[in-house]
Design a protein around this ligand. Sequence first.
Ligand code: F0G
Length: 352
Amino acid sequence: MYQGIIHRYKDYLPVTKDTPIITLKEGNTPLIPLTNLAEHLGIKAEWYVKFEGLNPTGSFKDRGMTMAISKAKEDGAKIVMCASTGNTSAAAAAYAAKANMKCVVLIPEGKIALGKLSQAMMHGAIVLQIKGNFDDALTLVRDITESHPITLVNSVNPYRIEGQKTGAFEIIEDLGDAPDYHFIPVGNAGNITAYWKGYKEFKDLCKSSRLPKMMGYQAAGSAPIVDGHPIKEPDTIATAIRIGNPASWKQAEAARDESKGIIDKISDDEITEAQKLLARFDGVFCEPASAASVAGVIKYHRENPIVNGEKVISILTGHGLKDPNRAIEISTTPTLVDSTKESILKQLKDFL
Ligand code: F0G
């Protein structure tokens, strides 16, 4: 039976036989080929999405959280805390529940997607909303956890990065080598840091023959790394990456520079268009922030055509059901019809 990422990759993770493994069987997510969308866009590359929305709480955060909570448990922690745009809080709340720990989450008021809020509430976390953004929340959490017996489980906790690097291991094992390009949304910049670490470690162990170009994408209204300075009031419909001062800023730049990749920005319209295209052409429903990694491929390919045979990965960091309000907002309203066969068939006349 599949046992989760710590069990699968324990040789490459900072665990011992005494570490209690707190798992919801995260990881082992599929690479889904975007055959229809690639054809529609004239992209000849082998293009896959790694659908991290299929993790137990619906986002990639579960990979980091199984490590952070297991190590917190090993250290005897009773209470964990995080700042979050939503997904971290959902994962922290779920894994803390599994570990019999208390979880406190600090979120920006009114700016987290409905599905994520419902998760933190259902798993019994203490959910505190602040009149401020993610960056303000993280500053508070760092301050409080430094002076109280509370374990911080944001990605500044190195165990989070260790868990998340396993995404790169899975890609290498599935493809038989590293891809040419790795497209990924960038918010607090922990995940791009983690993937780059994972790719480098497997390359050093000769489990892959090369390294991918790391292609990070921020939302245009929240693009501190691209713009070159912190953004005081970041804004984007992709609330997951509404972050103005990423904690792993330097590490993200290192991943970009060492891999000869780029970090670029993408507009909210481009994000929305990519989210819709993916859902309609290839049947994969991701949340808005995740679609930045697909919008990134579309934008990059327009300017620098990706060639036949190259392997391209877009990381879909979270499931579309995380943010149902946004999905409904950008879709056509269902048509109200009489409950008769005739009125239904009338609606289908163009297709029959
Ligand atoms: N995609 C999704 C769906 C996210 O939830 C996040 C981050 C990112 C991308 C960006 O990843 O921060 O490692 O660069 N969400 C955090 C949270 C900030 O609180 O859930 P990153």
